[in-house]
Structures are given as C-alpha cells and as structure tokens.
Design a protein around this ligand. Structure first.
Ligand SMILES: [Zn+2]
Ligand SMILES: [Zn+2]
Ligand SMILES: [Zn+2]
Length: 191
C-alpha cells in the first residue's frame, strides 16, 4: 500500500530495514546543527543540537556566533565505526580509540600511540563477531560473549540491575535500536 516514490523519499533500506529521514523534506525534514563539525540533527526551533546547547551554556557567555564557528575538537561521533586496523571488521571501542577491544589492548600493552601501532609489521585484522542479538539493532556485537553491541551491553546491564527478573530473550526482541540521528530502525517488527 506504500508507493515506491514514498519509499524513495524516506530512503527505505529493505535489507537493513532502516528509514532515513530526508533533511530537506517539508514534513519529514530536519535541521542540521549549526556548529562546525557537528553532524547531529536539531529541531526547527533551535539552531544547535541539545549536546552543543549544553556545551555552549557551559562556556558561560561565549557569543553563539563564535561558538558555532569553532569546530568541535572532542567530538564524540554518533554512530559507530570499524576498527582502523586494515581488514579488521570489529567495531571500535570509542571514536577516540578507533580500535577494537583486542587491538586497543595490544596497543596499550605496547605503550604506543595509534599512528605508531598502525605501523606494526604483520598487523592483521580480525573477523567480525556477527550482529548484536537485539532484533532492532544494526550494530555488530562486541564479542562471542556477551553477544551485544557496546550500547546494548550497557543498556542490558542497567536493565538487569534495575529489574533483575527481566526476561533476557524477550528483551532481545523488544528493546529499541540505538538512536542514530535521522535513522529509524524498523528491524524486529513483523513484515
Ligand atoms: Zn551539535
Ligand atoms: Zn581491530
Ligand atoms: Zn545492539
């Protein structure tokens, strides 16, 4: 019942089951945060995103125009990337580390900076562990055990602490995806 033209507008990815809301659409559109280097979305009524608003307020009076013009240095990337070791298919632990858990541990043990570590002879990538077990999630898991991506592992630990009787298998099927800007996951829903 949905026209293919509309599926194109919402950039429906049938295989991943992800909707991407278009920036310029009159009804579904959104504004990009005005801060240089920030890629988050914001409401139509405010120029900058909630995270940047908090950072701006913390400056204690810096004019908004100069705050916006200065590119974010310690920007925590939204979404997730792969480990930067060539051929490594595991997710990075943080956007600052840019390495998967194992490669980050190796780098720390060697006491090297990231550029030094990447020049290590014979450095090889690791195969992916597979998808996060949360039905709505598009991310890859952190390890064989636990079988969650990093965000869902944190969420599951918090849920388990707050509500020890939670049925973990039911939680896999019902907890939401990790919020990622203008992406909406319809994964885990019936066809
Ligand atoms: Zn922002
Ligand atoms: Zn790696
Ligand atoms: Zn996940």
């Amino acid at each position: 019942m949905i026209e293919s033209a509309f599926l194109e507008v919402i950039v429906w990815d049938h295989d991943r089951r992800i909707v991407t809301f278009p920036e310029a659409h009159p009804a579904l559109g959104w504004n990009a945060c005005a801060v240089a280097g920030c890629t988050k979305i914001t409401t139509s009524s405010s120029k900058i995103c909630p995270t940047c608003t908090r950072r701006w307020k913390a400056t204690g009076g810096q004019p908004l125009e100069s705050f916006i013009a200065v590119s974010k240095r310690e920007w925590r990337a939204i979404g997730i990337g792969d480990c930067v070791v060539p051929g490594c298919l595991r997710p990075w632990t943080t956007s600052a580390a840019q390495l998967c858990l194992t490669h980050e541990a190796h780098r720390k043990r060697a006491g090297q900076t990231l550029p030094m570590f990447l020049r290590t002879p014979g450095l090889t990538g690791f195969p992916a562990f597979g998808p996060c077990v949360v039905a709505a999630c598009t991310r890859t898991r952190m390890g064989h055990k636990p079988s969650y991506c990093q965000s869902h592992l944190h969420r599951w630990n918090a849920t388990r602490r707050a509500e020890p009787v939670t049925d973990e298998l039911l939680w896999h099927r019902t907890t939401s995806a990790v919020a990622e800007n203008n992406l909406v996951s319809l994964r885990g829903l019936p066809d």
